[in-house]
Design a protein around this ligand. Structure first.
Ligand SMILES: CC(C)(COP(=O)(O)OP(=O)(O)OC[C@H]1O[C@@H](n2cnc3c(N)ncnc32)[C@H](O)[C@@H]1OP(=O)(O)O)[C@@H](O)C(=O)NCCC(=O)NCCS
Length: 170
């Protein structure tokens, strides 16, 4: 995957250590992701790890930049070269949601991923209507439900699995 993908309003780029401060500030605004950045030090370690994974070509974790500001992230991971598939995940800072940024980021990353891959899939909590609608808008299909596939704070949660195939992508 290319280290920089340029869209109309946003840029997706490989993480850099200087991202850790804004990563810390923005991810903490999403309550369920707060645990991923308890301290500034933990955020630094996360960015370090993301750069390492990128360099190992295991996981491509793009920071989403708007007006030079980090507003979220979008990732291609679990790359399965034999079956030409990978998983995608994302978040957008609440301050920048509902402005089409996730849609634009998904568009950019799918365009790049489909140069080599055939199937991109997404896990999505059953109650996450925003993410489901986003995936439906981009043209992904719901494949089914993964019953009680997540346990968070002792609560068993169902997830949906969505996917989009290269031939469905335009
Ligand atoms: C899901 C998420 C990434 C959407 O990001 P976003 O930038 O706000 O999404 P967009 O503005 O690009 O919206 C695209 C479409 O998604 C749907 N959508 C987005 N937010 C929505 C909401 N809160 N409620 C209902 N539909 C929503 C709409 O269909 C929207 O299209 P429309 O504006 O034409 O109606 C964002 O809400 C988020 O980061 N949530 C927390 C983290 C998360 O849940 N990540 C996904 C894990 S599976």
């Amino acid at each position: 995957m290319k280290p920089i993908l340029k869209g109309k309003r946003i840029i997706l780029r490989k993480p850099q250590m200087k991202d850790s401060t804004s990563w810390f500030q923005e991810i903490r605004k999403i309550p369920k992701y707060k645990k991923h950045a308890k301290t500034k030090e933990q955020a630094k370690e996360t960015i370090k790890e993301l750069i390492k994974e990128w360099n190992a070509k295991k996981k491509f974790n793009y920071t989403i930049l708007f007006d030079k500001k980090l507003i979220g992230k979008i990732t291609i991971k679990e790359i399965d070269e034999k079956n030409k598939q990978a998983e995608c995940g994302y978040w957008i800072s609440p301050d920048f949601q509902r402005q089409g940024f996730a849609y634009e980021a998904l568009h950019l990353i799918l365009k790049e991923a489909f140069k080599k891959l055939n199937r991109i899939y997404f896990y999505c909590r059953e109650e996450n209507r925003a993410s489901q609608k986003l995936l439906e808008k981009i043209g992904a299909k719901k494949e089914g439900i993964l019953r009680e596939s997540l346990i968070e704070h002792n609560k068993k949660t169902n997830q949906f699995i969505y996917s989009i195939l290269k031939k469905e992508w335009k």
